[in-house]
Design a protein around this ligand. Structure first.
Ligand SMILES: Cc1ncc(COP(=O)(O)O)c(C=O)c1O
Length: 367
């Protein structure tokens, strides 16, 4: 859950400050957070919104993408990515993932673009904190004249080829859901961009399309505002983000070292980049047995995500035939997320590894 205890005093003060000020929506805390978050990313503008889902949806509206358009993304993601595309009126089109990074396989992107659908944009997802292959995705998107919105819900602070994720595409959508690397104490999100016109349009569309004097400049406005209390809390937690990402890396380092002798497939390290370990995901052919053993021994794990979007009842209409996304489908049956949030201790991470070593030494099933 939210790692708020480490910051309890400054968070109390921040909330108190907002309550004393008496302004709860789009005030000085949101403006300050937007500036500080944009500076952290090294980008011109950040626009605070109500959630990560809204940030993707708003990004598509800013680009004028909607009914009749197609947006390419992955099915191996939080289903929110797909919901957000659907909310814009556009149709999602899925491409398979790379088996090592679990992110969009750029080699398959071009085929999807050429498939005949009216593709207008690409939404790559930096899943688990590992950057997608942005140089390859941007090259293909630019060659075909497509816009790119990065789904950065899980990658706050991750680098891709030495450059911050969220600064590659035309726009980048962040979530501040409490469990994210930068998490609020409630819902929140942001849209980041270097394009001033996009930022102005996003700031208007998040609030009924208002621009000057509460007059709507654009139709299709929404009500999706980051509130002052969440912004004040995010300002406190942003100051600790690098430290908490470092702590996640330390936990990941313990898993990497102690699990190296097992047959588990461990997360790969990005070439010339960084992984911020929103999740530490291992792969095993015997995932369910291993998970049950951990559970019996008091270790709670999760599966991100057990059913890929195209096989969920709401989106089966988007599945292009049997086994259309073989890597995605195989991956979903084998993955397990081990505890990696900054609240766990080294001893707890070591204990998880010891259990996994024990399990592998006694089970005779293939891993
Ligand atoms: C990859 C991804 N995209 C989008 C979202 C949506 O974010 P939110 O829950 O803030 O709407 C999430 C969060 O669950 C996510 O993990």
């Amino acid at each position: 859950m939210a790692d708020y205890r480490a910051h309890i005093e400054p968070i109390r003060e921040a909330i108190h400050h907002v309550l004393e000020g008496g302004r709860y929506i789009l005030g000085e805390e949101v403006a300050a957070f937007e500036r500080e978050f944009a500076d952290f990313l090294g980008i011109g503008h950040a626009v605070g919104v109500g959630s990560g889902t809204d940030a993707i949806h708003l990004g598509l509206r800013v680009l004028g993408i909607g009914a009749g358009d197609t947006v390419v993304t992955v099915a191996h993601t939080a289903v929110a990515t797909v919901t957000a595309i659907e909310l814009s009126g556009a149709e999602p089109l899925f491409v398979d993932i790379d088996p090592d990074t679990y992110t969009m396989d750029p080699a398959l992107l071009e085929a999807a673009i050429l498939s005949g659908a009216n593709v207008k944009a690409v939404v790559p997802v930096h899943l688990y904190g590992h950057p997608a292959n942005m140089p390859a995705i941007m090259e293909i998107a630019r060659r075909h004249g497509l816009a790119v919105i990065e789904d950065c819900a899980q990658c706050h602070g991750a680098l891709c080829h030495g450059r911050m994720t969220g600064t590659w595409g035309d726009l980048a959508a962040f979530s501040f859901y409490p469990t994210k690397n930068l998490g609020a104490i409630g819902d929140g999100g942001a849209l980041a961009t270097d394009n001033r016109a996009f930022a102005e349009k996003a700031a208007a569309l998040r609030q009924y399309g208002w621009k000057n004097g509460n007059i709507s400049e654009w139709s299709g406005g929404m009500n999706t505002r980051l509130d002052e209390i969440q912004a004040a809390i995010l300002r406190v937690k942003l100051r600790a983000l690098e430290k908490s990402n470092h702590r996640r890396s330390e936990m990941a380092g313990i898993y990497d070292t102690l699990l190296a002798s097992t047959p588990l497939v461990l997360p790969c390290s990005p070439a010339d980049g960084s992984h911020v370990f929103h999740q530490y995901v291992v792969r095993s052919h015997n995932r369910d047995g291993m998970r049950a053993y951990l559970m019996e021994n008091g270790v709670h794990t999760q599966i991100h995500y057990p059913v890929p979007a195209h096989l969920q009842p709401a989106y089966r209409r988007l599945a292009a035939g049997e086994a259309a996304l073989p890597v995605t489908e195989r991956t979903c049956g084998e993955i397990l997320s081990l505890p990696v949030h900054p609240g766990i201790s080294r001893q707890e991470a070591t204990m998880v590894c010891e259990l996994l070593l024990q399990w592998h030494s006694t089970t005779r099933l293939p891993t």
